[in-house]
Design a protein around this ligand. Structure first.
Ligand code: ADP
Ligand code: MG
Length: 365
């Protein structure tokens, strides 16, 4: 076993009704100590994949291994896996400390050792003052901290989390994202995390597996997913993007010239191989579009019409029309000036060829 394949999904299929595959030929290797996130829209098969890894659902085909062993034959109480779900299942009649001691008593940890571990974990999740409370006397965020503590107190091999922050408000969610990430870094545990929230996935993960209709569309570190999305689905799901459809009309090594239907010529750079005359989809992040004639030598330098300027506090969104058939959005930080850009007026915009990701799909889906 190498470090890469601590957890292994090998050609895993899952069907609940014997007809549709909700997980379709899943292949995935997760390294020991890694924080891997399964990200995708609702119904894309994330929870099913996690349940199969936990051993609660059996694959219809294929194998799932943890440290080289299949879990299917291992009864749940013998699996050394911690789990956290959206609806924290704390025991309501037990105190916080008793909830935390429970997984230790099941594993026959001594009373003294248990008390010490409960003390330490409460300290780690900043809940020391709440040891004697019942779950009903805690807020949602506090309950979820305890659920998290309970999932890691017995030092599991693997921790599975399914939308654990889904019920919390935005500020608390962002705060706990960082806390979970720091706990992972400190403890060196292997985490498989499920979310439909792309910013959560980008914030927390070593690598992200993007799920779509039961398949992994791309598996990569956060920055690579954002900078180099492999498919139109990933480009659309991770962050915001402008989609420009066109056709390749010229190529010079990694420099492609793409023409839109209305005749606008754009320069795009890619190390990938695309054929001349091929329909192509270009993805351009709104924050890469520079406004105004600031002398920057963007390989793309175009005149367009400003359709709308929307003020959003920390940034502005500028809706632009390019030629007859293309609209793009530019996102401009509130520190930058607007370069003389005014509503309904003509404006010069620019961006580099490498700022556009080329995707082999002519459809703007
Ligand atoms: N126990 C089940 N029985 C039948 N269908 C299910 C069951 N659990 C999930 N599904 C279906 O499987 C698909 C994938 O669901 P799920 O794995 O929960 O996706 P996700 O977690 O990405 O939202 C969905 O179409 C869902 O309706
Ligand atoms: Mg789910």
């Amino acid at each position: 076993m190498t470090a890469r394949n601590y957890v292994e999904f090998v050609h895993v299929d899952k069907s609940y009704d014997g007809r549709t595959l909700v997980v379709d030929d899943l292949n995935l290797e997760i390294a020991k100590g890694e924080f891997l996130t399964m990200l995708g829209p609702s119904g894309s098969g994330k929870t099913t994949s996690l349940m199969m890894l936990a051993g609660f659902e059996a694959p219809s085909a294929g194998r799932i291994l943890l440290a080289g062993k299949s879990l299917v034959e291992v009864p749940p109480y013998r699996r050394n896996i911690g789990m956290v779900f959206q609806n924290y299942a704390l025991f309501p009649h037990l105190s916080v400390a008793e909830n935390l001691a429970y997984p230790l008593s099941v594993r026959q940890v001594s009373k003294a050792e248990s008390a010490e571990r409960v003390r330490r974990i409460l300290d780690m999740v900043k809940m020391s003052a709440f040891a004697e409370r019942k779950p009903g006397q805690l807020s949602g965020g506090q309950q979820q901290r305890i659920a998290l503590a309970r999932a890691i107190i017995f030092e599991p091999d693997l921790v599975l989390m399914d939308e654990p922050l889904g019920a919390l408000d935005k500020n608390l969610r962002e705060h706990l994202q960082l806390e979970i990430k720091h706990l992972h870094d400190e403890l060196g545990i292997t985490v498989v995390y499920v979310t439909h929230d792309q910013s959560e996935a980008l914030t927390m993960s070593d690598r992200v597996a993007v799920f779509n209709e039961g398949r992994i569309e791309q598996l990569a570190p956060p920055s690579e997913l954002y900078e180099h999305p492999a498919t139109p689905f990933v480009a659309g799901f991770i962050g915001e993007n402008n989609r420009i459809s066109g056709r390749i009309v010229a190529r010079d090594d990694s420099r492609y010239t793409v023409e839109t239907a209305s005749g606008t010529r754009l320069c795009a750079r890619s190390e990938r191989n695309f054929a001349l005359d091929q329909p192509i989809l270009l993805s351009l992040r709104p924050e890469r579009v520079r406004l105004g004639d600031d002398g920057a030598d963007g390989e793309n330098r175009l005149t367009c019409t400003v359709k709308e300027i929307i003020y959003l506090g920390d940034h502005r969104r500028i809706h632009l029309r390019l030629g007859d058939d293309t609209e793009i959005v530019a996102k401009v930080a509130n520190t930058a000036g607007l370069g003389g850009v005014a509503d309904q007026a003509e404006a010069i915009v620019s961006w580099g060829g490498a700022d556009m990701v080329m995707l082999a799909d002519g459809k703007a889906g």
